[in-house]
Design a protein around this ligand. Structure first.
Ligand code: ZN
Length: 342
């Protein structure tokens, strides 16, 4: 018996759009994705995948189901084997009846981490309202309350253990696993984010999986992100993707910047279709994610050496994903050059 909780965690981890797309290339169609149905013969697509419902449905033959159902149908596998296949994709281990306990706890841990991140974000949001200094900083950068709300912005006050007010069990393992506290060599804990503007990083399911923190005054580093955690893999996530969804559809173009503050500044100026990589070079996963939603990607980098190297790497990765209908462009700031590759 595979515990129901494991199946739920598995379905929580797998994005059905990614999954189906790896077998049947999907095209965005409004809020959903579509393709010619893999389960019956057709020339016009009536097979749709819903990212919000995590369901596929064919209006032609009536095939429908979750990620598990898709793998069973497509690969002709039984229920247990389909689960094993999906688990292998996500790096999860299917619990055996005896060893099940540990895995169940692991799945439970993910849920616990999501909950912790949400509570921390709520706390940071409240602190922003109470900090004249942080509000002043936002105003100076021309950020309105509307934009702050749209990106769920907050403020981590100065101080070493502020989060103790939110999490009375400040020594809980989950708090460290979530990347919110750091433990020094003496085993003493302190808040990772102090005196920083806090920007939640949200996955496609709308869960907060990490934070970016920008210094308010002087201080190093200027940008501090959550470490990689069981929730957060840098190479898979793009900042601002959930917020950009509608603008991506309208423009059919994604602007990829190097930082979340760029994305927020662009949104403040009416450009809603920008996203940012998170302290990492562009990965094939980033490009694939974007090309599922738009046909055109414009990478924006600084015109310095580092920026040009990053642009070159992004070009190499993007070229592999290019199809007839996709376009990749580059803007190197300070040079005002626009290279278009059709
Ligand atoms: Zn069908």
């Amino acid at each position: 018996m595979i515990p129901e909780s494991f199946i739920q965690d598995l379905l929580g981890r797998v994005d059905i759009v990614d999954l189906v797309d790896s077998y049947v290339p999907l095209k965005k169609a409004g809020a959903n994705y579509s393709a010619c149905c893999p389960f019956h013969n057709e020339k016009t697509p009536s097979f749709t995948v819903s990212p919000s419902k995590q369901f596929y449905h064919c209006f032609g033959c009536g095939a429908h189901g979750t990620a598990i159902g898709f793998v069973m149908e497509y690969q002709g596998l039984g229920f247990v084997d389909a689960i094993k296949d999906l688990a292998a994709r996500t790096g999860m281990v299917v619990p055996e009846s005896e060893g099940g306990q540990a895995r169940q706890e692991n799945g439970g841990q993910l849920r616990a981490l999501v909950e912790i991140m949400a509570r921390a974000a709520q706390y940071y949001k409240e602190q922003l309202k109470r900090s004249p200094k942080a509000i002043e900083y936002c105003k100076k950068r021309g950020l309105t309350g509307e934009i702050a709300a749209r990106y769920g912005m907050g403020y981590a006050p100065d101080g070493w253990q502020n989060l103790q007010a939110v999490f009375p069990d400040y020594n809980a393992d989950t708090l460290k696993a979530a990347g919110l506290v750091i433990e020094n060599e003496a085993g003493r804990r302190y808040d990772r984010f102090r005196d920083r503007l806090m920007i939640p990083i949200i996955n496609q399911k709308g869960e907060i999986i990490a934070f970016g923190g920008r210094v308010i005054d002087q201080g190093e580093p200027k940008y501090l992100n959550s470490p990689e955690t069981p929730l957060f893999e840098k190479g898979r996530e793009l900042f601002g993707l959930p917020q950009a969804r509608q603008a991506l559809r309208e423009t059919n173009t994604a602007i990829v910047t190097e930082g979340y503050m760029d994305v927020i500044a662009l949104a403040q100026n009416g450009v809603g279709n920008a996203v940012a990589t998170l302290g990492t070079a562009t990965t094939p996963t980033h490009v694939q994610k974007l090309l599922r939603q738009v046909d055109r990607i414009v990478f924006c980098f600084d015109g310095d050496n580092a920026g040009r190297n990053a642009a070159w790497r992004a070009l190499q990765i993007a070229l592999e994903a290019l199809a007839d209908t996709t376009q990749i462009g580059f803007v190197l700031m300070g040079f005002n050059l626009l290279y278009g590759v059709a």
